[in-house]
Design a protein around this ligand. Structure first.
Ligand SMILES: Cc1cc2nc3c(=O)[nH]c(=O)nc-3n(C[C@H](O)[C@H](O)[C@H](O)COP(=O)(O)OP(=O)(O)OC[C@H]3O[C@@H](n4cnc5c(N)ncnc54)[C@H](O)[C@@H]3O)c2cc1C
Length: 337
């Protein structure tokens, strides 16, 4: 039976059940459990492993995290020729394992953070932890088109900072989809590389802050395409993006637009639903740290894209993972003094 269900079945009062709960949990207890195996999670694992805490890393459904979905990473420090995203994450995992990190394939389905030790259910199996580092990342919203899926990393991307400078996009027409601050930022960034940047938005005005919208619309290289949605990404035969098919939402008229890259900036969904109502988060689901990487629950820390809606880079996620590890280590040292 899953641990949480088993614990729920025990009466909450009385010495014996309380003692049984404690005994059961203590027998399963790890000092540090890290939820997520992306840049944040594996960096936290490296640091806590080097502090002899033998962390358990739960990979989730995407071992290695988001970066494994990209080919070349050109902006991670230390790799002058760039590095394949998958290879970078394999190396990071090996580095953490070398110092004793235990990487386990599994997804956390439930957590009970109301008492120490914390209780987790991982694919139906129980686990307990003295500290938890949440590093569950965020998922990009997709348009939901089959052609988008088939041409991902072949001209369809969700990150201009990551991919904008790649050779296929240089001096080519590019399309950004979205109308918020991120879409404006992406479009402005892409003006350095593309010959023209079309900003496709389903409404007639941008949702972005006035300052961002003003900057984007004032730029000579950015051309808004109002009241339109992308209905198809073109280029399946060539195996790379060659354009997009658009539909005007008012008239229903279909048009095509040539481009070499489609940058989708319609938002991110932090993977934090597990912690809703327990860990403080903003209205969009990003965890709000209290001090450094500490959350409102003592002993629970958070790092990476599940906390950061501004930078969203591998190196910033790794940096936050490092910070969370150091803070978890200090917390344990103070607790066990
Ligand atoms: C196509 C693409 C290209 C990119 N290129 C670059 C680049 O060139 N340079 C750059 O700096 N950044 C790049 N990024 C951004 C970078 O990938 C992210 O900023 C970084 O991966 C964030 O790391 P993270 O550890 O916070 O989260 P993630 O990498 O998203 O990892 C989250 C982890 O949490 C796990 N998880 C989620 N839920 C659960 C659960 N319930 N139980 C257990 N585990 C769970 C997932 O399986 C995953 O392992 C790119 C992103 C994309 C999508």
């Amino acid at each position: 039976m899953p641990l949480l269900a088993e614990l729920e079945a025990l009466p909450r009062t009385g010495c014996l059940p309380t003692a049984r709960r404690e005994t059961k949990l203590r027998s399963l207890m790890e000092k540090v459990v890290i939820i997520g195996s992306g840049c944040a999670g594996l960096t936290a694992a490296l640091y806590t492993a080097r502090a002899n805490l033998r962390p358990v890393v739960l990979t989730g459904r995407q071992p290695g995290g988001l970066l494994t979905t990209t080919t070349v990473v050109e902006n991670y420090p230390g790799f002058p020729d760039g590095i394949d995203g998958y290879e970078l994450m394999v190396r990071l995992q090996k580095q953490a394992e070398r110092f004793g990190a235990q990487v386990r394939f599994g997804s956390v389905e439930a957590v009970d953070l109301s008492r120490q030790p914390f209780a987790l259910t991982v694919d139906g199996e129980p686990l307990a932890a003295e500290t938890i580092i949440i590093a569950t990342g965020a998922s990009h919203r997709h348009l939901g088109l089959e052609s988008e899926h088939k041409l991902e990393n072949k001209g369809v991307t969700y990150c201009a900072t990551c991919d904008g400078a790649l050779p296929p996009f240089r001096n080519q027409p590019l399309v950004v989809v979205g109308g918020g601050d991120s879409a404006c930022e992406e479009a402005l960034y892409l003006t350095r590389f593309g010959s023209i940047v079309y900003l496709v938005h389903r409404r007639d005005t941008l949702r972005a802050s006035k300052i961002m919208a003003g900057r984007a619309l004032a730029h000579a290289k950015i051309k808004p395409v109002w009241g339109s949605v992308v209905t198809e990404v073109l280029g399946l035969e060539q195996d790379k993006v060659t354009g997009v098919r658009l539909k005007n939402v008012k008239t229903g008229t279909a048009t095509a637009l040539d481009c070499a890259g489609l940058f989708i900036a319609i938002g991110l969904i932090p993977n934090t639903h597990l912690f809703k109502g327990v860990i403080e988060m903003d209205e969009t689901g990003y965890i709000i740290p209290r001090e450094g990487t500490a959350t409102n629950v003592r002993g629970v820390f958070a790092a990476g894209d599940c906390v950061d809606k501004v930078y969203r880079q591998a190196v910033t996620a790794a940096g936050l993972g490092c910070a969370a590890a150091i803070e978890a280590e200090r917390y344990l040292a103070a607790k066990n003094e």
